[in-house]
Design a protein around this ligand. Structure first.
Ligand SMILES: [Zn+2]
Length: 116
C-alpha cells in the first residue's frame, strides 16, 4: 500500500488517516422505479476484483473528512492521482455527480392545511 496520499486539501498524509470506501468507476443508474432493480443491484452489490489500475473513493477520516477519488495500481500500490470526489467524473458520464431524477427524490406531498 502506498504510504502517502497527497490530499488536495491537507497535503501529503499517511494512508492510515484514510478509509477506502469502494469502487469509484461505477456509474450510478439515472432511472428509478420498476424495471430498474437489476441496474441498482449491479451498482450497489457487484464489484470487480481488478488487478491493476483502479479508481476508488477514499474518505479522509483522520484529516479534512472530505471524499476523494484515488487512482492507484492495486498490485504495486503506485498512486497516479487524487481528485476531490465532487470533481470526479466516472468514464462514460457527462455530469460530475450523476443524479437521480429530481421527481423521484421529492418527499411525499404534505396534506393541505398543515398544523393548526
Ligand atoms: Zn484531507
Amino acid at each position: 500500500m502506498a504510504t502517502l496520499i497527497n490530499c488536495p486539501h491537507c497535503g501529503r498524509r499517511t494512508t492510515d488517516e484514510f478509509y477506502i470506501k469502494g469502487d469509484a468507476s461505477k456509474v450510478r443508474p439515472t432511472a428509478v422505479g420498476d424495471g430498474t432493480m437489476d441496474q441498482w443491484h449491479d451498482y450497489v452489490h457487484i464489484r470487480d476484483n481488478v488487478r491493476g489500475r483502479v479508481t476508488e473513493y477514499w474518505h479522509h477520516t483522520g484529516g479534512c473528512r472530505q471524499w476523494l477519488v484515488v487512482e492507484r495500481d492495486s498490485m504495486t500500490h503506485e498512486v497516479y492521482g487524487v481528485t476531490p470526489a465532487q470533481k470526479w467524473k466516472p468514464a462514460g458520464t457527462k455530469a460530475a455527480a450523476p443524479a437521480v431524477k429530481a421527481a423521484a427524490r421529492k418527499a411525499p406531498a404534505k396534506k393541505a392545511g398543515g398544523k393548526r
